[in-house]
Design a binder for this molecule. Structure first.
Ligand code: AHR
Length: 648
C-alpha cells in the first residue's frame, strides 16, 4: 500500500487530478520473451521539401548562389544592385559548363550587389564565416556582412579580382558586439564592371566540414538516435520529369561540377547536399543509409518500360551502390575515395523507387523485377524494398507477384483519430509476406497536407503527437513485422513561403530551431527501446468513440533490454482526464523499487512549440520510487509517458 501511494504521489504531480480508483489493469508477463525488436525500427526520412536542405540543414547562406534562377535582367531572385548598380545575367565566358551564367555588375563609380540569403543572413557575434566566389573584372573588392539598411557592418573582408576568372576564398569574422539577427545581407562592392559566379557563404558547420550541415539541426536529429536515414525521397527522388529526378552522379564532386536541378516541391535544388554529403550526414548521426534508387517513374506519370529501355537506370543504381559500398579498387568506389572517403559505407537496404502505386500503367512489377534481379545478383545480402504491395491504399491494384521483396514500404498520412485507430493495425497483419517498412507516416490535423493551409502547421501540435505516439505503440508491439519506420516530412523552414507541406517534425528559421511535440514523442520512443517485446494483456481499457467507431482511449507497449533487465513501458493517454492504471509484472525475480519516468504532457491539444517557445511541450524526466510487481500509476491528461522499470 505504501509503495502504491508513493508511485501515485510521485507521478501524479504532473497530472491535474487523480482518479479515485484504478479501473484499468495491465499485466506485463516476463515469464517468456515476446519477439525480438527490430534494431532498425526507428529511423528518419528526408528529402528536399520545405527548404529542408537549401535554406535548412545544408548550411549554405547564399540563395541563388549560381544564378540559376532568374532571366537576363533584374529582378534576379535574391540579388539586388545597390544604388545605381545595374545587374544582369551573362552567358559569355562562363566559368564552366555547370556555371554557365554569371552575374554582371555594371554602372558608374563604385558598384555594389547584395544577397538576402534564406530569409536574411544569420549573424552571430565573434563568428567565422567561410566565403568564396568566382570573380573577374575588378581589382579591389570589398565584402561585408551588414544590416539590411547598410548602416551597420558586422564583418568585412577584401579580395583582389583579376582580368580572368579567379576563385576568391576568405573568411569573414563578425565583431564581438555584433547582434544575433537575421536582419542582414551579404554585400560585394567593387570599383568597376565585375562578373561573379558561385557565390558562397558558410557559417560554422557540424564537425567543421566544408560544405557541411547546420549543427543545431544536425544535433536535433542525432539526439533522436535514429537507426537509419531514408533518402533522397520521396518525390524528390522521382522529380516531375526525367530531367528533374535525383540524378546522383550529378551531385558528386566539387560544387563547380554540380549543375543542380529543379526539384518537385516548387524550387530549385543546388545539389550542394549531394550523395556523399548525405553519407557524411548519416555518419554524423551514427545511423545507416536506406537508399532509394530512381526506378524509372516520374511524377508527371512518364515511365521507362522494363527491358532494354530500363537497363541504363538499373546500371545507374548498381553504380550508386558500388559508389557507396565498393572498395577503392572498384570503379565507383575509387570515385568516392578520391572525394575523401576511402572507407566503404556499410549498407544493407535499397528501395526501388517511391510510391510506384501511383504509376497507373502497371509497369512497376516489371521494373521492380529488373532492379531486384540485378541488385540481388551483385549484392545478394542487400535487402530490397518494394514501394507497392503494402496495404496503405496508395493505388495498388497489383501486388508484387513475381519476386518477393524483403520489405514493402507503406505510407500513412492520416487524421489523428485514424492514426490512433491504426494502433492495432499490425496486430493481425499477414506475417507470411514481406516485412513492413512504414517509410512515411504522420498524424495530421489537416485533410490534405500538400494543400498546406496557412492556418495549420507548420509543425505538429500535441494532438498530433498523442496520435503519433499511439501509432508507434502498435509498430513497436509488432516490430517482428514492422522492421523499419520513419516519420515524414522531417524538416521545415517556418519563414513565410518556406514550406510546401502543412505538418513537419522540426521547424527552424536561419538562427534557431525547435522540435515539435511529435519530435519529442518520437525521441522518447527511440531512446527507450529494449531488444525484446514484453508480452502483455489488459482489462478494463478505457475507450473513446467518434460517433462511428470505438477505439481504445489508452495505448501502451512494453519492451525489455535483455542485458540490463530494464523494462521500457510506454503509455499514451490522449484523454482530457488523468487515467490511473494498475500494473502487475509477472515472472521477474525482482522488481527494483527505484525507476524513472520521462513524460510529455500539455494543457491543450492545440499546444505547439514555436521559435518563440521552442520547448513549451517537451519531456520532463523524474526519478520514481516504490515500484514493485504490483503498482498503480496515474497518467496525466494528454500525455505520453515512458516508465523505466528495473527488473531482474
Ligand atoms: O512527405 C511528402 C511526400 O509525401 C513525399 O515526397 C511523397 O513520397 C509522399 O507522397
Amino acid at each position: 500500500m505504501l509503495n502504491r501511494l508513493r508511485i501515485v504521489a510521485t507521478v501524479g504531480l504532473l497530472g491535474t487530478a487523480l482518479l479515485a480508483c484504478a479501473q484499468t489493469r495491465i499485466t506485463l508477463d516476463l515469464t517468456k520473451p515476446g519477439h525480438r525488436v527490430s534494431p532498425m525500427l526507428y529511423g528518419l526520412m528526408t528529402e528536399e521539401i520545405n527548404h529542408s536542405y537549401d535554406g535548412g540543414l545544408y548550411a549554405e547562406l547564399i540563395q541563388n548562389r549560381a544564378f540559376k534562377d532568374g532571366n537576363r535582367t533584374a529582378p534576379i531572385p535574391h540579388w539586388q544592385g545597390i544604388e545605381d548598380t545595374e545587374i544582369s545575367l551573362d552567358r559569355d565566358r562562363p566559368v564552366n559548363k555547370n556555371l554557365a551564367v554569371s552575374l554582371k555588375m555594371a554602372g558608374k563609380g563604385r558598384l555594389a550587389v547584395s544577397n538576402d540569403g534564406y530569409w536574411g543572413i544569420p549573424i552571430r557575434p565573434s563568428t567565422k564565416y567561410r566565403a568564396s566566389f568566382y570573380v573577374r573584372g575588378s581589382s579591389i573588392i570589398d565584402v561585408t556582412l551588414e544590416s539590411n539598411d547598410g548602416k551597420t557592418v558586422y564583418a568585412r573582408g577584401g579580395v583582389v579580382g583579376f582580368e580572368d576568372w579567379h576563385k576568391a576564398e576568405f573568411t569573414l569574422t563578425t565583431s564581438a558586439d555584433a547582434p544575433v539577427t537575421s536582419d542582414a545581407r551579404f554585400v560585394i562592392r567593387t570599383a568597376g564592371t565585375t562578373w561573379l559566379s558561385l557565390v558562397s557563404l558558410f557559417p560554422p558547420t557540424t564537425n567543421d566540414r566544408r560544405n557541411g550541415s547546420r549543427p543545431d539541426l544536425l544535433n536535433l536529429l542525432k539526439d533522436m538516435k535514429p537507426s537509419f536515414l531514408r533518402f533522397p525521397g520521396g518525390n524528390y527522388l522521382e522529380g516531375n520529369t526525367f530531367k528533374e529526378r535525383f540524378d546522383w552522379k550529378r551531385t558528386l564532386g566539387m560544387l563547380e561540377d554540380r549543375p543542380g536541378h529543379m526539384a518537385p516541391w516548387s524550387y530549385r535544388s543546388s545539389d550542394g547536399l549531394g550523395l556523399l554529403d548525405y553519407m557524411n550526414w548519416i555518419e554524423d548521426m551514427n545511423a545507416k543509409p536506406v537508399l532509394a534508387v530512381f526506378a524509372g517513374y516520374v511524377l508527371n506519370g512518364d515511365v521507362v518500360k522494363s527491358g532494354t529501355e530500363l537497363t541504363g537506370f538499373v546500371q545507374d543504381a548498381l553504380d550508386e551502390i558500388e559508389y557507396l559500398t565498393g572498395s577503392a579498387n572498384t570503379k565507383w568506389g575509387a570515385v568516392r575515395a578520391e572525394s575523401g572517403h576511402p572507407k566503404p559505407f556499410e549498407f544493407e537496404y535499397v528501395e526501388i523507387g517511391n510510391e510506384d502505386g501511383f504509376d497507373r500503367t502497371g509497369s512497376y512489377e516489371g521494373r521492380f523485377v529488373q532492379f531486384y534481379d540485378a541488385i540481388k545478383k551483385k549484392y545478394p545480402k542487400m535487402k530490397v524494398i518494394s514501394t507497392t504491395g503494402g496495404k496503405d491504399g496508395l493505388g495498388l491494384p497489383y501486388p508484387i507477384k513475381m519476386r518477393m521483396p524483403d520489405l514493402v514500404d507503406e505510407h500513412y498520412y492520416s487524421s489523428t483519430w485514424n492514426m490512433m485507430a491504426m494502433a492495432d493495425k499490425y496486430d493481425s497483419y499477414d506475417r507470411s509476406g514481406p516485412k513492413i517498412f512504414v517509410g512515411e507516416w504522420a498524424a495530421q490535423d489537416v485533410p490534405a497536407p500538400w494543400q498546406n493551409p496557412a492556418d495549420k502547421g507548420p509543425t505538429p501540435n500535441l494532438n498530433c503527437a498523442l496520435a503519433d505516439a499511439a501509432f508507434m505503440t502498435g509498430m513497436e508491439r509488432n516490430s517482428d513485422l514492422v522492421e523499419m519506420s520513419c516519420y515524414a516530412p522531417l524538416l521545415v523552414n517556418v519563414n513565410p513561403g518556406g514550406r510546401q507541406w502543412a505538418v513537419n517534425l522540426i521547424g527552424y528559421d536561419g538562427l534557431t530551431s525547435f522540435g515539435s511535440p511529435s519530435y519529442y514523442a518520437q525521441k522518447m520512443f527511440m531512446e527507450s527501446l529494449g531488444d525484446w517485446t514484453v508480452l502483455s494483456s489488459a482489462s478494463g481499457l478505457p475507450t473513446q468513440n467518434n460517433g462511428d467507431k470505438t477505439i481504445p482511449a489508452l495505448f501502451y507497449v512494453a519492451t525489455r533490454d535483455s542485458k540490463s533487465g530494464m523494462v521500457y513501458l510506454k503509455v499514451v493517454n490522449p484523454q482530457a482526464a488523468v487515467q490511473s492504471v494498475d500494473f502487475s509484472i509477472k515472472g521477474a525475480k525482482n522488481v527494483l523499487p527505484d525507476g524513472a519516468v520521462v513524460q510529455l504532457a500539455g494543457g491543450s491539444l492545440k499546444d505547439m512549440n514555436t521559435l518563440a517557445e521552442p520547448k513549451k511541450v517537451s519531456p520532463r524526466e523524474m526519478e520514481i520510487s516504490g515500484l514493485s510487481p504490483n503498482f498503480t500509476m496515474s497518467f496525466p491528461a494528454l500525455s505520453v509517458t515512458v516508465v523505466k522499470i528495473r527488473t531482474q
